[in-house]
Design a protein around this ligand. Structure first.
Ligand code: F6P
Length: 354
């Protein structure tokens, strides 16, 4: 018999479509199945610095949020209670306020917390667990780059956005005989670019895991031209490793622009660049993401009911499993350059600029 009476839910890191679906599922399961009280913690663990900002999540509060993007709890990808930033005499000071955060959660009557977030939030969650907080994790990132889980919710919705954008860019690119560069998200890994590029029928895909050269890209475009194909779609992951000649300007310029300019100089084609940016993080979650998020939310509640703290839910071989947070953090799931998805892309003639 569990001694849990009240749980808290927090969303941390960049938002992703499906966060509200997790909040709704976890709240419903906690109330309907276990009769627990549920507290919404605003803006990740920052919400526990000011406990008065937390509020009760009731069935009414989560009604109607399933199709909504973003998170009704708010989020931040800056806050970290172990390295909390404040200013003293104009100087930035870092302090450890994790003790205060744990004390405030107890003040609120919270027995256990579900932290929904990416690698950063799960790392903080694990540190708080080690300090005695009862915590379970739900993985989240549109980048789909957490090694512990085969998929994160938000990725599928982002792919819909990217595919739709490439479809639209295709028709204008073909009409004007241009090279169309589409920059997509993917800070460390190229999953969105690779899967979105395949789904959208891109001709070249540039990802952080496969080094490329501008010459490689331009030669590919020239070959297409020789074959009578006078337009080219190039999908670029924002985290792509640029060749040395482009590195200097990287800081203040979207990488898509840098690559687009270099292709224009190297191919003598007209080039247009679209940086999709944060539209990939917004919008209503796809049915797949809603189902995955709901499964994650319910499973996180069950982890708490079973007293399995310090664990994170994950998708493996189509089933929801629990993994140790300690094993889940700090390990990126990169695209394998020799993996099946890259081989599939190459087999249908997609180039990687290498
Ligand atoms: O982690 C997901 C992600 O979408 C990355 O691909 C991107 O670099 C980052 O978030 C941007 O986050 P923000 O603009 O919110 O700091």
């Amino acid at each position: 018999m569990s001694d849990i009476r009240c749980i808290g839910i927090a969303t941390g890191g960049g938002d992703a479509p499906g966060l509200n679906a997790v909040i709704r599922a976890a709240t419903k399961a906690a109330i309907l199945k276990h009769q627990w009280k549920v507290i919404g913690i605003p803006d990740g663990f920052d919400g526990l610095i000011w406990p008065e900002k937390s509020f009760e999540l009731t069935l009414d509060k989560v009604s109607g949020i399933l199709p909504r993007g973003g998170t009704i709890l708010g989020t931040t990808n800056r806050g970290n209670p172990f390295r909390y930033k404040s200013t003293n005499d104009g100087q930035t000071v870092l302090s450890d306020i994790s003790g205060q955060v744990i004390a405030n959660s107890r003040k609120l009557g919270i027995d256990a917390i579900i932290t929904i977030g990416g690698d950063g939030s799960q790392t903080i969650g694990h540190e708080l667990f080690q300090k005695g907080l009862k915590i379970v994790g739900v993985p989240k990132t549109i980048d789909n780059d957490l090694s512990a889980t085969e998929l994160t919710f938000g990725f599928d919705t982002a792919l819909h956005t990217v595919t739709d954008a490439i479809d639209k860019i295709h028709t204008t690119g073909a009409s004007h005989h241009r090279v169309m560069v589409v920059e997509v998200m993917g800070r460390d890994c190229g999953w969105i670019a690779l899967a979105g590029g395949i789904a959208g029928g891109a001709h070249i895909i540039l990802i952080p895991e496969i080094p490329f050269t501008i010459k490689g890209v331009c030669d590919f475009i020239a070959k297409r031209e020789q074959g009578g194909r006078d337009f080219t779609i190039v999908v670029v992951a924002e985290g792509v490793k640029t060749p040395p000649e482009l590195k200097e300007n990287r800081r203040n310029n979207p990488v898509g622009n840098l690559i687009g300019n270099a292709i224009a100089a190297g191919s003598h084609k007209e080039v247009r660049v679209s940086v999709l940016g944060h539209i990939q993080r917004g919008g209503s979650p796809s049915p797949f993401d809603r189902v995955l998020a709901t499964r994650f939310g319910v499973s996180a509640v069950e982890l708490i009911a079973r007293g399995e703290f310090g664990k994170m839910v994950a998708l493996r071989a189509s089933s929801i499993v629990a993994v140790n947070m300690a094993d889940a953090i700090g390990q990126l799931k990169s695209v394998r350059p020799e993996g099946e998805l890259v081989r599939t892309a190459r087999a249908i003639g997609i180039g990687f600029g290498d």
